[in-house]
Design a protein around this ligand. Sequence first.
Ligand SMILES: C[S@@+](CC[C@H](N)C(=O)[O-])C[C@H]1O[C@@H](n2cnc3c(N)ncnc32)[C@H](O)[C@@H]1O
Length: 213
Amino acid sequence: MDYMPDDNSRYKDVDYWDERYKTEQCYDWLGGFSKFQHLLEEHVKKEDSILILGCGNSSMSGDMYSAGYHSITNIDYSSVCISTMTARYSDCPGMTWHQMDVRQLCFPAASFDVILEKATLDAIMVEEKSPWDVSPQTACFVHQALTEVRRVLQGQVHFAFVPAHTPCRNTCVSRHVLSSGCNQLSTESRSESMAEACDLPTLQSHSGHTEDS
Ligand SMILES: C[S@@+](CC[C@H](N)C(=O)[O-])C[C@H]1O[C@@H](n2cnc3c(N)ncnc32)[C@H](O)[C@@H]1O
């Protein structure tokens, strides 16, 4: 089945994702666990409390669980996604699934050691033509999301984002992350960017082509 929307702006709508997740079983945007395993093993401890933003129906969380990461909280704003994933991983104690918007995380401050996102901020920024110069609405959205990220992270902590755009160019996100004081796994603060290390393909372009894998 073809899940590509007629218009890229649909990637911002929860209705699009709800509809898609009614039939799509699994899709790993920008690659699955094996692509990032070496970086996770280097930076994330098995006992860390991990939050995954915009989990979708990716196998990443399940594969991380199998690899020994047993404290994983997943959120996505699609109710269809969350009910499917809750049922799929009902036999994984320590792994939970919550319908939630990245801009309003219903967790107490300092709840997590590590927060991961893969292609979720991309869905939010999908209409932007340049990551250097985003609209006030997108800047506000990203600011709200990253303010929440900073609030629920504890201590000297990690926020790893895996964008379609090369991270060092993704200044809207980078600027907010750096100013929030988070320790990033994936951008200028480390010599090895997750995306660059993994030679990630382009998620979407504004010429209409989408969902390269
Ligand atoms: C491109 S998919 C990435 C899915 C998964 N992270 C992966 O790597 O395969 C974007 C996901 O972000 C979710 N999403 C988009 N905006 C969101 C928001 N404001 N709050 C929570 N989830 C959101 C969508 O429902 C979708 O599951």
